[in-house]
Design a protein around this ligand. Structure first.
Ligand SMILES: O=C(O)CCC(=O)C(=O)O
Ligand SMILES: [Fe+2]
Length: 326
């Protein structure tokens, strides 16, 4: 028996463990510049880039996206201060679905394997707060709340712009898809911290998974670790950290809307022995209860047979017991 490096609950099945010796760079993963959307020609060009990225990669990065650097820098630094607190402090605001409270999350399980990460979950709550779930904020750092809410509201607005561009990329008006979304709803944001890991060859900060929603928008610090499974050859590709850029990815809902034209792609988070990593993720999902099915206009086009049955996430937050981590 070798030395026990991490609790066995964190150890991935052999076939899911990362090959640390192999890091393939993402030279072709699209980085899309949103600075010029003034005229129709620029809009069409950016929309085409987004369409290509969603079809080929299911992932892209955006730069010059309009969210102020200060917002990104502050949420990362406030999140960093929070995760550095002793565990007992963080547990004071532990997430507890039985009490309908969000907050600090212990390492969760995906398919039975614990993720080498801690989290902090909160909702973007606007005018329609209905007390089904409550945010909890720590006393320290005192500015976490301010920057977290600012980050989410700015990221939502960016999500709305990107969803409009996705709609244009499908040859539809921007409002076709953006009409399914609303700002200031009970939308989830997660802050994630993967501590340095003594066994990065055995554990992962996030097991390989696809996202269920429409789009996820995330920022990551300079440490890196996010990888996506390239469709072309199944190789794991590094998503290079670009300062203040957002990583955007297609989830199952978008895949269903486009009848599989835009793809939701596997991704995971690799760990480092000497460095912790931070990321902040907003799940940009439509209004609760929206029925998701291939868009009529898509079915009129080249792929007339629906590959996805209509479904709805329903009122996701109405049954918190169903969300309790296993
Ligand atoms: O932390 C990250 O960079 C990715 C996390 C993720 O993929 C998720 O929460 O769905
Ligand atoms: Fe994900």
């Amino acid at each position: 028996m070798g030395e026990v490096l991490v609790d066995e609950a964190f150890i991935q099945l052999e076939e899911n463990r990362p090959n640390l010796a192999l890091t393939v760079d993402d030279d072709e993963l699209p980085v899309i510049d949103l600075s010029n959307l003034e005229d129709d020609a620029s809009l069409a060009s950016v929309a085409a880039q987004i369409g290509h990225a969603c079809r080929t990669w299911g992932f892209f990065q955006v730069i010059n996206h309009g969210v102020a650097d200060e917002v990104i820098e502050n949420i990362l630094s406030e999140a960093g201060k929070f995760f550095e607190l002793p565990l007992e402090e963080k547990r004071k605001i532990g997430k507890d679905f039985r009490k309908r409270q969000l907050g600090f999350c212990e390492p969760d399980r995906v398919h039975g394997v614990r993720q080498w990460r801690q989290g902090f979950d909160y909702l973007v709550i606007g005018y329609d707060e209905d007390k089904e779930l409550t945010n909890q904020w720590p006393e320290y750092p005192p500015e976490l709340r301010k920057w977290a809410l600012k980050f989410s509201s700015e990221t939502e607005k960016l999500g709305m712009r990107i969803i409009g561009l996705v709609s244009l990329s499908l040859g539809r008006p921007a409002s076709k898809l953006s009409g399914y979304f609303k700002l200031n709803t009970r939308r989830y944001t997660k802050l994630h911290h993967c501590p340095p890991c003594p066994a990065p060859h055995l554990a992962l900060g996030a097991s390989a998974h696809e996202d269920e929603g429409a789009l996820a928008l995330l920022i990551q610090d300079s440490v890196g670790g996010l990888e996506i499974k390239r469709r072309a050859d199944g190789e794991w590709i590094r998503v290079r950290p670009i300062p203040n850029a957002y990583v955007v990815n297609v989830g199952h809902m978008m895949e269903a809307w486009t009848n599989g034209e835009y793809v939701s792609v596997m991704h995971r988070v690799k760990l480092k022995p000497d460095k912790g990593r931070l990321s902040c993720i907003l799940f940009f999902n439509p209004i609760h209860g929206t029925t998701i099915e291939p868009l009529e206009e898509i079915l009129k086009g080249e792929s007339p047979n629906p590959k996805y049955k209509p479904y709805s996430l329903g009122n996701y937050f109405a049954k918190p017991e169903e969300l309790v981590n296993n």
